[in-house]
Design a protein around this ligand. Structure first.
Ligand SMILES: C[S@@+](CC[C@H](N)C(=O)[O-])C[C@H]1O[C@@H](n2cnc3c(N)ncnc32)[C@H](O)[C@@H]1O
Ligand code: SF4
Ligand code: SF4
Length: 389
């Protein structure tokens, strides 16, 4: 949907005037250039196919891989019963996501890259100052924050125009801007999630919450601040007990990786699911980065064992994704699959951890541990192989 601005409207972003096709081309060009600037070992997924045999092979692998892609769109309960599947398929069709997914797939098969997911930093302010957070390395003065109605215009001219299947609302701390969260819930109904530090009561939305938990109580508090853990747990429980849906999100670093199994066991009957990722450094010799090797592998082994022997539903990361996170996968990151906007509605690069400001400090791709992008690569792996890379 292309929503044009009223002449009286002062607020403008360059992409408001772009058609869907122009948007896709410019966006992919911009994030790929940003990615290359950082590290020349970038391997771009190739979309052109040469022979009929390769096309047939790709279509076959796409068909096998489709359930993996669909699984990545939030909507299905953690431990689905037949009725959950029916409900999920109904919502999926009702919200037009099947047609958007098909649209995206068709473009890809025609050799045109276009994003499928989005992220929006709706605020540049946070109530915490966590020791590991990348936010503080690239933060700019807050002037220029958008109003809720300006976000509505941005959403219509970016995510909706590009037929994005799901947007992650993030920040800073997004629950400091409940008005904007509400706008996303209205505009991107059943295709939005909010990543929050959980310090504020959660409000009803047409979407899913991811609450960040960074260890067992003592370790979490040492990273996120005194007394944060108890308050967050109370907020999550209150919301979940009232029927709300909450996943948790843990970022493993050298301070907390040893607590991951305790976190899983403590939360697996409170939250629906957990997404696990690894700390990504922005500077050389970052002491929080858990190096590739024994300790990291043992941690991944214990998560895999839990998923295979105890509860195959709780951990969102697939075994393919956890295998990728053992080492450097970032050189083939599909960063063009997620359209990330900053708090002013500008396009960030090379990814949602980056910045719209070209001079800003950037994340180190060869040590990246980020869940959404590694998840996409893992789930698309058969496709990537089919495309001849
Ligand atoms: C930037 S925060 C914004 C949302 C909200 N304030 C929160 O803490 O959930 C989003 C997520 O990024 C994670 N994060 C922060 N710095 C990171 C880094 N350097 N590498 C990987 N994840 C990081 C946080 O732990 C959090 O789960
Ligand atoms: S609460 Fe989120 S945005 Fe704020 S400092 Fe912590 S990780 Fe960063
Ligand atoms: S998600 Fe990771 S690998 Fe991909 S562009 Fe960002 S930092 Fe690099």
């Amino acid at each position: 949907m292309n929503v044009m601005l009223q002449p009286s409207e002062q607020f403008h972003r360059e992409y408001f005037d772009w058609s869907e096709e122009e948007f896709a081309n410019r966006f992919v060009e911009k994030v790929s250039a940003g990615r290359l600037k950082q590290n020349r070992t970038y391997v771009d997924l190739k979309l052109e196919k040469k022979s009929l045999k390769q096309k047939l092979q790709a279509a076959y692998l796409d068909a096998i891989n489709l359930p993996n892609l669909v699984k990545m769109l939030p909507g299905l309960a953690a431990n689905p019963k037949p009725a959950d599947y029916v409900g999920s398929i109904y919502r999926f069709l009702k919200d037009d996501r099947a047609s958007d997914l098909f649209h995206w797939w068709k473009k890809l098969r025609q050799g045109t890259k276009t994003p499928l997911f989005g992220s929006a930093d709706i605020i540049n302010v946070c109530n915490l100052k966590c020791v590991h957070c990348y936010w503080w390395t690239t933060r700019e003065p807050t002037a220029g924050e958008l109003t809720a109605e300006q976000w509505r215009i941005v959403i219509r001219n970016s995510f909706k125009k590009m037929r994005i299947a799901n947007v992650t609302v993030v920040g800073g701390e997004p629950m400091l801007r409940k008005d904007v969260v509400q706008v996303f819930s209205e505009e991107m109904k059943n295709r939005m999630s909010v990543v929050t530090n959980g310090m504020f009561p959660l409000i009803a939305i047409k979407g899913l919450y991811f609450v960040s938990i960074d260890g067992t109580e003592e370790v979490h508090n040492s990273i996120r601040g005194p007394n944060t853990y108890a308050r967050i747990k109370k907020n999550v429980k209150t919301f979940a007990d009232a029927g709300g849906r909450v996943d948790i999100n843990m970022t493993l670093n050298t301070l907390n990786y040893q607590t991951v199994m305790d976190v899983i066991h403590e939360w697996d009957d409170i939250a629906e699911r957990i997404s696990i990722q690894f700390h990504t450094p922005f500077v050389d010799n970052d002491p929080l980065w858990l190096p590739f090797g024994d300790e990291r592998n043992k941690t991944i082994d214990s998560i895999l064992e839990y998923s295979s022997r105890q509860n195959k539903h709780f951990v969102i990361d697939s075994s393919e994704q956890l295998e990728l996170l053992r080492g450097n996968w970032g050189y083939k990151c599909p960063n063009w699959m997620i359209l990330p906007l900053d708090y002013k509605g500008n396009i960030k690069m090379p990814c949602c951890m980056g910045s719209a400001n070209e001079g800003a400090l950037q994340p180190q791709c060869d040590k990246c541990g980020i869940a959404p992008y590694s998840g996409l690569l893992a789930e698309l792996f058969p496709l990537e192989k089919a495309l001849g890379n």
